[in-house]
Design a protein around this ligand. Structure first.
Ligand code: SF4
Length: 467
């Protein structure tokens, strides 16, 4: 057990997150100096037996300086040197863009990432390549453009690692939800036209949207097209998610409405793993789902994979990678397993991610090499807390097929209007380079009963704010 006191910081959050990259949260306590001094001698007793370390004795004002001191100490203590240095944020590509704007040259960005943030060369290259590619693909968003997210918070069963809004309910409940959702779509579509906003991209996610029947999906997509002006829309995605929910009829409904992009999420091609993580499909269902998408003629398919799943070795991941590449998707998103607070995995083993670091590193190296050889390149990335080895999630794409919605979400320079239960809209204020969250409630029953209030929130915090 360690007891860390950090001098001259008012908020210790970043420092605590950095320490958690090295050791489990239960193995230490961190305090600002004020917090520590506010404890009585009696309250300090349980912690005085722990090893005491004081950071920032020299009282530096620069938080990054303090974080570098912590990084070096923890690195010496644990014998590890995490590749992302002192960066603990979710959006390192966004930070890269901000450094570019400030310093103006790639060389200066490289230096800042290495010296201020202690990134290793591989991560620096990844950030710079990804940022440059994003600028090449879509540049900065038009101020009147928005991204639209439509949430379907239902799945057939709940996965072990799930932390999303995912309900397992009968048909009548789903039908009730869709009625409310269609009202919200009609409202948002009308107000967007009246205020001059237009969708650059639309993403129907979940949950699993293909939990809906083919008729429900058809009806939902028809409602979107009826109310939202798609003339300038560059991209429309439906997350097909679980292969066990994908049928010809549903894919045909998607195709009929001109939607060119779906996501099929195998996660792994190992049958035992799929059982362990609570998926009710087999590897053969994944192959069939891809064949159906091909047969129906959906031109762009993304496949989500996870590195670090329970009981998987690098060879299993390599096998998954090869089998997915053979199915020829346009995008492959390689996630690193994260033990999230709302997942069942945290109850099984909350320190699972610490034990996986070495294995996951090998898996990510395999992914990088195989995808590069197959002509894919990274186009977006993000990080999460409690990721195995504190690595990253990377979206790879074949040339010319990136998902713009994913880029915009991470870039945070465009308003996102999110519809449905659990949807969190974000209003972007360019002058202040700031986002304001406008959430819908996450419980789908409360969403149905308080729909009027959700519309009022959007009216007040988004449409009334558009100049
Ligand atoms: S498919 Fe996705 S949203 Fe549904 S239970 Fe699994 S992880 Fe959660």
């Amino acid at each position: 057990m360690y007891n860390f006191v950090i001098r001259n910081v008012s908020n210790k959050y970043d420092c605590e997150e950095l320490i958690k990259v090295f050791i489990p949260a239960d193995d230490f306590r961190a305090w600002t100096e004020d917090e520590w001094n506010a404890l009585t001698d009696e309250e300090k007793v349980p912690f005085t037996e722990a090893e005491q370390v004081i950071f920032n004795e020299e009282m530096h004002d620069d938080k990054n300086h303090v974080k570098r001191e912590i990084f070096r100490y923890m690195s010496g203590l644990t014998g590890t040197h995490p590749a992302w240095g002192i960066l603990t944020g979710v959006r390192p590509v966004k930070l890269t863009g901000e450094i570019y704007d400030r310093l103006g040259s790639e060389e200066a960005v490289r230096m800042e990432l290495a010296e201020t943030y202690l990134l290793d060369d591989e991560k620096t290259d990844l950030l710079i390549d990804t940022y440059n590619y994003q600028q090449e693909i879509c540049g900065r968003p038009d101020p009147k453009s928005v991204g639209i997210y439509i949430g379907i918070p239902f799945c057939p069963t709940r996965c072990l690692y799930c932390s999303f809004t995912s309900n397992q309910v009968g048909d009548s409940e789903i039908a009730r939800y869709l009625e409310a959702l269609k009202t919200e779509i009609a409202y948002v579509g009308r107000r967007m036209r009246e205020t001059g906003l237009w969708p650059e991209s639309i993403y129907i996610g979940g949950g699993t949207p293909t939990t809906l029947t083919a008729e429900q999906l058809d009806d939902l997509l028809a409602t979107v097209k009826e109310h939202i002006d798609l003339e300038k829309c560059r991209e429309f995605t439906v997350e097909a998610g679980r292969p066990d929910t994908i049928t010809y009829e549903k894919l045909e409904a998607i195709k009929k409405h001109g939607i060119e992009r779906i996501s099929i999420n195998p996660q792994s091609m190992k049958e035992r793993t799929l059982e362990l993580i609570g998926r009710s499909h087999k590897p053969g269902d994944i192959v069939k789902a891809f064949q159906k998408a091909d047969w129906v003629g959906i031109p762009m398919v993304n496949a989500d994979l996870i590195a670090g799943l329970p009981e998987e070795e690098p060879e299993d991941f390599e096998n998954t990678m090869e089998r997915i590449l053979a199915l020829d998707p346009e995008n492959i998103t390689v996630h690193t397993l994260a033990v999230k607070r709302a997942s069942r995995l945290i109850d099984v083993d909350k320190d699972f991610h610490f034990k996986q670091a070495e294995r996951v590193k090998r898996m990510l190296d395999i992914a990088k090499e195989k995808l590069k050889n197959a002509g894919f390149r990274p186009y977006y990335l993000y990080r999460q807390k409690n990721m195995a080895g504190s690595f990253e999630n990377v979206g790879y794409c074949k040339e010319g097929t990136p998902c713009i919605y994913n880029i915009r979400i991470m870039e945070e320079k465009q308003t996102i209007i999110a519809l449905g239960a659990g949807g969190i809209s974000k209003m972007y204020y360019p002058e202040e380079n700031r986002l304001e969250r406008v959430p819908n409630v996450s419980n789908y029953e409360i969403y149905i009963s308080r729909l009027e209030e959700m519309l009022e929130r959007k009216e007040k915090n988004i449409f009334m704010e558009v100049i």
